[in-house]
Design a protein around this ligand. Structure first.
Ligand SMILES: [Zn+2]
Length: 204
């Protein structure tokens, strides 16, 4: 299990009470009809937003298949939409992940790669860390010839508050093994993802 899990977890009642405090602090009355059930709804939402803490992401990759008839080219899962929350403002981060690996004899079910993304997205995150966590987990558990994770996301802490810059997205990547050491393999991956701007700018 995750070592980021809080040790002293407050009760659901404590959590709902905390939401009430925030509602009051915002200037509203938690006792009025429209807000009466809001604390319990927020706490239920949190259970979904932060469900990744309950998951061991490595377990998703433990079941592999070896009957691949020698397939040894890139496996890429493209455009995996995810929703996360930034750890600085608890504001949504919404984006897409591209996850690739070069199999060493064994492959995983493709749904497992998207579950892996969700397991790390459903936590308080910064995009850089999430990118590294996904790549490192694949690299450590599957031990492939190469691992690549590219994430592009919009951060609502930047679009709806602070500098208010809608339309800005952040791109992060982590390349390991052949994707890092072999420019031809990296170019092939980027062509598969279909992001010529990233190749042109060398932004990898
Ligand atoms: Zn933020």
């Amino acid at each position: 299990m995750s070592n980021e899990k809080p040790i002293d977890r407050p009760s659901r009642e404590d959590a709902e009470e905390a939401v009430k405090v925030l509602l009051k602090w915002a200037g509203d009355d938690p006792a009025r009809e429209g807000l009466r059930d809001t604390p319990s709804r927020v706490v239920r939402s949190y259970e979904e937003f932060y469900s990744g803490y309950e998951i061991d992401p490595r377990a998703y990759l433990e079941r592999t298949f070896e009957e691949t008839d020698g397939y040894d080219e890139i496996v890429l899962l493209r455009n995996i939409r995810f929703e996360s929350h930034c750890e600085h403002h608890m504001a949504p981060i919404i984006g897409q992940a591209h996850v690739a690996y070069l199999p060493r004899k064994r492959v995983v079910g493709i749904s497992k790669l998207s579950r892996l993304v969700d397991a790390y997205a459903k936590r308080l995150q910064i995009q850089e860390k999430m990118t590294a966590q996904i790549a490192n987990t694949i690299d450590e558990v599957l031990n492939p010839f190469g691992t690549a994770v590219i994430i592009e996301a919009a951060h609502q802490c930047m679009t709806t508050r602070g500098t208010h810059k809608p339309g800005v997205t952040m791109v992060t990547s982590r390349m390991l093994g052949a994707f890092r050491s072999d420019p031809a393999t990296r170019r092939e991956l980027l062509a598969m993802i279909g992001s010529p701007s990233m190749i042109a700018t060398g932004n990898m």
